[in-house]
Ligand binder design. Structure first.
Ligand SMILES: [Fe+2]
Ligand SMILES: [Fe+2]
Length: 255
C-alpha cells in the first residue's frame, strides 16, 4: 500500500484511525507513506515521523519538504524506516534514498526519487534511478516513490521503468489522479496517490491563507487546515516471483 502525503497533525491522526482496519481488510503486507508534510506547519519532525510509523507504516518517503526542519536530520541518518529523495547532489545530504526490507522472506527495496520540472535542481532522475536499480538487483520487489510536480515527467519515468521495477507511484501534488494501471511490461503505476489530510483545504493548507496569498502576492505563513479528513492511497498486488504488478487499486477513505 502506498499512501499519499500525510499532512499535519490531523492527517497523522486520521492515518492512525484508518490504517489498522484497512490493512486487515485488504490484507496489506507492506505500507509506504509519504511524510514530508507531517509536521505542523511544514516538513517532517521526529515526533510526526514516529507517529506515522506507530500508525502501522513500514517506511516513510519524502520530497522537497523533507529538509525543512533541521530536527529531522539526525533521525534521517539513524532511523532505518525513513528515506528521502536519492538524487540530492551532495554526499553530505542527511539520510539515504533507498532502503531494503524483508517482508516475510521476500526482499523489498523502496526508492525515493524527486523530479526536476518546477522543482529544485538536483541530479537527473533517470541517471539516479538507473544507478539505484543496479544496487537493488538482489530484491524481488522494487518500489519507487517519484516525488514530482509535472504529470509528463511522472508518466515518462513510469514508462522508463516499465518492466524494471514492480511499481512507481507519484507524490507531491496532493491531488489523486485516476490513471492507476499496470503498464505494458508489468509495472504498477499512478501519477499521484494524493493526500492524507483535511478535505477542505488547499493541499492541506487553510484555504483562506492560500487565497490571501493569491490575492495579495505577499508571502504568508502557512497553517494546516482541520475539519473532515480523507486518506488517499493505492494498493499494488505484486507477484514476488516476477517482481511485477498484477493489479492496482486506488482508494479514498474519508470521515
Ligand atoms: Fe507534500
Ligand atoms: Fe512535495
Amino acid at each position: 500500500m502506498a499512501i499519499g502525503d500525510v499532512v499535519g497533525r490531523v492527517g497523522v491522526d486520521f492515518l492512525k484511525l484508518k490504517l489498522p482496519s484497512l490493512k486487515k481488510d485488504y490484507e496489506i503486507d507492506f505500507v509506504i507513506a509519504n511524510g514530508e508534510n507531517s509536521a505542523e506547519g511544514n516538513g517532517i519532525v521526529p515526533i510526526s515521523a514516529n507517529k506515522i510509523l506507530n500508525a502501522g507504516v513500514d517506511v516513510i518517503t519524502g520530497g522537497n519538504h523533507t529538509f525543512r526542519r533541521r530536527e529531522i536530520f539526525p533521525y534521517l541518518n539513524e532511523n532505518q524506516r525513513i528515506i528521502r529523495p536519492i538524487n540530492y547532489p551532495s554526499e553530505s545530504t542527511p539520510g539515504v534514498g533507498m532502503r531494503k526490507f524483508k517482508v516475510r522472506d521476500i526482499s523489498v527495496c523502496v526508492i525515493n526519487l524527486i523530479g526536476v520540472v518546477y522543482m529544485e535542481c538536483v541530479d537527473l532522475p533517470l541517471t539516479a534511478i538507473d544507478k539505484a536499480i543496479e544496487k537493488c538487483n538482489d530484491c524481488a520487489v522494487k518500489i519507487v516513490d517519484f516525488h514530482a510536480e509535472a504529470t509528463a515527467e511522472k508518466l515518462a519515468l513510469g514508462y522508463y521503468l516499465d518492466g524494471r521495477v514492480s511499481a512507481v507511484f507519484g507524490t507531491h501534488t496532493h491531488v489523486q489522479t485516476s490513471d492507476e494501471c499496470v503498464l505494458p511490461k508489468g509495472t504498477g503505476y499512478i501519477t499521484d496517490v494524493g493526500m492524507t489530510g483535511p478535505i477542505h483545504s488547499v493541499l492541506g493548507v487553510k484555504k483562506e491563507i492560500s487565497i490571501r496569498r493569491m490575492k495579495e502576492r505577499i508571502p504568508v505563513r502557512f497553517e494546516n487546515a482541520d475539519g473532515p479528513c480523507k486518506m488517499e492511497c493505492v494498493i499494488f498486488d505484486i507477484d514476488e516471483n516476477t517482481g511485477l504488478t498484477r493489479s492496482v487499486q486506488r482508494l479514498r477513505v474519508s470521515d
